[in-house]
Design a protein around this ligand. Structure first.
Ligand code: ADP
Ligand code: MG
Length: 606
């Protein structure tokens, strides 16, 4: 594919010594921070600010998971922070718990509330989700203020205990800061590690393209609920430590304004990375304080600092959409890349599901789909035999894509049934159909653009019911993905971001992603659209290789009659959602009704 080999942007490389030096400096700084108050005279005020930064940062790590990794808006993080804080406050002062058990209660209740909020994403996304989370935040606030018997209302709760470890009580602020920093560093490491794991990959695929993720076999609802639960639990943990640090909590620590503050901290620093989140938090806590303490001649800054701060946030958002961390990534590229090691397995994965045993792989029975008054698919019955290439053709708007969407579960049929390998999948969710062996590509490519080729294909490979992969490690998933990538000839591009690839390669990545799941049935919606003649020729070779060498069953839509005639065993023709002809390419392409309805002339090619 020489015509596709556009030069790709190269990232500047720093030497190993420079990288090691930067890493070492950062580690020393991070370790020094909680130790500094022991070594140098530090005011209580500064220590208090640092305790605040570290506990807030823990809550922001939750935002990194839910907003940065999973792409779900959460305007209720202050409420989850409150769950943890009230857990510790009420637990230690009213119910006689020790700090740690009270913290566990707080974190668990935050986590449960997060899971419930996550479940609402089943039906609602985008701005509806924003509304739901705002309402949740407001309800929390109302309860905290008004249920005085339980929460002590606006007066708040004081006298909150700090933890004991053995006989050591963290009464010294410096010791408590060290504890908070330790917890924070541990969590940063975990959150930093998450994106490369299976869960993390699934979360990112939901952020990049939820529909493609679901069709590719990701249980998107479970991933979103998990993300919200983790986010809320981290919020609760931050809140619990905050309560211990300040010994006093009141509802205005956890109101909507605080939730917005959390959001700005995350966005300012860069919500896609735990480091970004922590930088944003620390800046937004420390900066206003520094500004307030300006000497008298700079007093005017103090007077306008709120406006100044607001303006700075707006400017940063407009000019650095990825936050401060985005800028750091540009200046120091290694932090932005997770180049996965190259390792093609010795074990050869079969790209098809060998459990396919039936003569008929896909059976569509009397399928119908209405969109309001429009009948897009009308009483359609099709049988696709094992190991064949079966094409679906027809004029624009004849219902081809709708049929594919019905098979892969994006739409549910108005009536009729769909069987794959004899299994009735008519009402299954898309990811379950993927697990049953349905793989597909889209007419308009749907890839996870900000993920690498390998990561895209890994999403396809990690189907939970896949016997070869279910118990496999991330490495097994990766090897399986690499096999699919090399099958379509893209080994050399495995670490490229998909958005940097030329169109033809993106089509191949989509096919590889579908193949990596070991499908029994591959659905291709206009795979040749947008390809030039050379690329089309290569696609035909790929399809033939899949059928002959691997016995995969392919159900294919395309406009290009030469391509369809060249690879298909059977062609079904649709017009106005109805089947008007079916048979071998020779028979169908010369059928008078087909010529009249669709081709216009016998040798038409598009
Ligand atoms: P094609 O054969 O070109 O792939 P489609 O299956 O995309 O055709 O569309 C068939 C008909 O159904 C068209 O008239 C289209 O406008 C309509 N249609 C498809 N999807 C929807 C939808 N989600 N809502 C309403 N109408 C739709
Ligand atoms: Mg279509």
């Amino acid at each position: 594919m020489s015509n596709l080999n556009h030069p790709l942007p190269k990232s500047p490389k720093l030497g190993f010594v420079t990288n090691a030096f930067i890493v070492a400096t950062l580690i020393v700084l991070a370790v020094m921070l909680p130790l500094a108050p022991w070594l140098f005279k530090t005011s209580t005020f500064v220590i208090t600010m640092l305790i605040q930064s570290s506990t807030y940062s823990i809550a922001i790590l939750g935002m990194v998971i839910v907003l940065g990794y999973t792409g779900q808006i959460n305007l209720a993080q202050a409420a989850f922070f409150g769950f943890g804080a009230y857990g510790v406050a009420l637990g230690t002062t009213v119910y006689g718990f020790g700090f740690w058990s009270a913290l566990v209660v707080g974190v668990l209740s935050a986590g449960c509330a997060g899971a419930i909020l996550g479940l609402t994403t089943l039906r609602l996304g985008g701005h509806y989700l924003a509304m739901i989370t705002i309402s949740f935040q407001q309800i929390f606030d109302l309860i905290a203020v008004n249920w005085i018997d339980f929460t002590h209302g606006p007066d708040g709760i004081s006298g909150i205990e700090r933890p004991l470890v053995g006989t050591f009580a963290f009464t010294d602020d410096r010791a408590y800061l060290a504890l908070c920093a330790l917890v924070l560093y541990l969590l940063i490491a975990l959150v930093w590690y998450l994106p490369g794991t299976r869960w993390g990959l699934s979360m990112r695929s939901v952020r990049e393209n939820e529909l493609a993720a679901e069709v590719g076999g990701v249980n998107t609802l479970r991933i979103k609920v998990t993300a919200f639960t983790l986010c809320a639990a981290l919020g609760g943990l931050g809140g619990g430590l905050f309560a211990g640090g300040f010994a006093y909590v009141s509802p205005d620590n956890f109101n909507f304004a605080r939730a917005i503050e959390f959001l700005s901290m995350a966005l300012l620093g860069g919500v896609q990375s735990p480091f970004g989140g922590v930088i944003g938090t620390t800046l937004l806590i420390l900066l206003p304080e520094w500004l307030k303490q300006m000497p008298p001649e700079l007093q005017f800054i103090k007077d306008v600092y709120l406006a100044f701060y607001g303006l700075a946030v707006i400017l940063i958002m407009v000019f650095m959409p990825e936050g401060i961390w985005g800028l750091v990534k540009k200046l120091w590229p290694p932090v932005g890349y997770t180049v996965l090691e190259k390792s093609l397995s010795k074990a050869q994965f079969k790209l098809i599901n060998e459990s396919a045993s039936r003569a008929i792989t896909l059976e569509i029975k009397n399928l119908q789909k209405n969109f309001g008054g429009l009948r897009a698919v009308d009483d359609l019955s099709i049988q696709v035999n094992k190991g064949t290439v079966h094409a679906l053709i027809g004029p624009n708007g004849s219902g081809k894509t709708t049929t594919l969407n019905l098979v892969s579960g994006i739409y549910t049929p108005s009536s009729g049934q769909i069987f794959v390998e004899g299994l009735d999948i008519t009402n299954d969710k898309p990811h379950l159909r993927a697990w049953a062996g349905v793989g597909r590509t889209f007419q308009n490519i749907r890839l996870f653009s900000n993920m690498s080729v390998l990561e895209n294909v890994m999403i396809g490979a990690q189907r939970e019911n896949n016997p070869a992969l279910f118990k496999g490690s991330t490495k097994t998933v990766r090897d399986c993905a690499l096999e699919a990538i090399s099958f379509v000839g893209l080994e050399s591009k495995q670490n490229e971001l998909v958005l940097n690839l030329p169109y033809g390669h993106q089509r191949l990545v989509e096919i590889a992603r579908a193949l990596a799941g070991h499908p029994v049935l591959l659905l291709l919606d206009e795979p040749a659209a947008g390809l030039n003649q050379t690329e089309k020729g290569e696609l035909v070779q790929l399809l033939k290789k899949l059928r002959q060498g691997h016995g995969l069953t392919i159900f294919l839509i395309d406009h290009d009659m030469k391509l369809v005639g060249g690879v298909s065993d059977v062609i079904t023709v649709l017009n106005f959602g109805r089947k008007i002809a079916e048979g071998t390419p020779d028979y169908v392409l010369n059928h008078p009704q087909v010529i009249a309805a669709y081709l216009g002339a016998p040798d038409a090619t598009s």
